[in-house]
Ligand binder design. Structure first.
Ligand SMILES: Nc1nc2c(c(=O)[nH]1)N[C@@H](CN(C=O)c1ccc(C(=O)N[C@@H](CCC(=O)O)C(=O)O)cc1)CN2
Ligand SMILES: [Mg+2]
Length: 283
């Protein structure tokens, strides 16, 4: 293996160290940030991510509130829980853990979140601000990928980035973030309709794989020295599988391990959003 490791766990720990004094200052000023999570059903992955988010809060001194709800909760009852959090002054930000069971309208629920409490950056108002270049919470996974690349000195200015996957939590906002003037990358957003994925990926200096297809990105597609980030998490009979084939590490210049790469950065950006929102409120 020749690629340098984009170490998400160590980078998350460094970001937590930076957040801790900021949380302490807000708390001293009587403006303690509080994160709530809304979790519906029994999906073991979602339970473990939510548990991790509460452990993270404890580490940086953020108060956290848990709303764990049954899988068969109705839309109206769930909306009532969100209304309660919108009105709760102890909750300064919250997330609805995705995916939700199929009978629920996820879009309507995300829109129900008070935009001032949108910790995930997935409310239409937050995504609209991102398009307009206004300050607001940024979607956690794509923002975490940028922080991971920056903190490992991977050049984004003028880089050609291939994003694989057009989902609303990663691919689509990833393109918006990377084409801001501050990043200045040229982005190709690939998806299931892309005619020649290998040709698009092989031109890229940075490859971000968020398709949810195990082993989709193979070594022969990668330009030598490129940075490759694996966002995919697919549960197979053999355990968790990423979108990037392990052989890619022989060709890439930088690679994010999975686990230990993008996942921890998603959690770091969630807490950053909570702290930044509290600071914006008190500014
Ligand atoms: N409301 C949201 N739902 C979902 C999001 C999101 O950002 N907001 N993203 C994913 C899940 N996710 C956060 O919620 C998430 C996924 C993975 C990790 C993580 O730290 N993974 C570890 C491995 C953990 C394990 O072994 O199970 C890693 O990659 O090292 C954190 C957060 C979908 N839903
Ligand atoms: Mg649905």
């Amino acid at each position: 293996m020749s690629a340098k490791i984009l170490d998400g766990r160590a980078t998350k720990d460094a970001i937590f160290e930076e957040l801790r004094p900021r949380v302490a200052k807000l708390s001293e000023q009587g403006r303690a940030p509080g994160l709530a999570t809304v979790l519906v059903g029994d999906d073991p992955g979602s339970h473990s991510y939510v548990r991790a988010k509460h452990n993270d809060c404890a580490k940086v001194g953020i108060t956290s509130i848990r709303k764990d709800l049954p899988a068969d909760i109705g839309q109206a009852d769930l909306e009532a829980v969100l209304d309660e959090l919108n009105a709760d002054p102890a909750c300064t930000g919250y997330i609805v853990q995705l995916p939700l069971p199929d009978h629920l309208d996820s879009g309507a629920l995300l829109e129900r979140i008070d935009p001032a409490k949108d910790a995930d950056g997935l409310h239409p108002t937050s995504l609209g601000k991102l398009v307009l270049g206004e300050a607001g919470p940024l979607p956690c996974t794509p923002n975490g990928i940028i922080a991971l690349l920056r903190r490992h000195d991977v050049e984004l200015n003028g880089a050609h980035v291939a994003v694989v996957g057009r989902g609303i939590t990663v691919g689509r906002p990833m393109g918006l973030l990377l084409t801001r003037r501050s990043e200045n990358s040229t982005v190709t957003l690939c998806h299931t309709g892309t005619k020649d994925l290998a040709a698009e990926v092989s031109r890229a200096d940075v490859v971000i794989a968020a398709a949810g297809k195990p082993g989709l990105i193979t070594a022969d597609m990668i330009k030598p020295g490129a940075a490759v980030l694996d966002v995919g998490v697919t549960r197979t009979d053999d355990g968790l599988s990423g979108d990037v084939h392990p052989d890619v590490a022989e060709v890439a210049g930088f690679i994010s391990p999975n686990p230990g790469g993008v996942g921890p950065m998603t959690r770091a950006m969630l807490l950053s959003n909570v702290v930044e929102a509290a600071e914006r409120e008190s500014a």
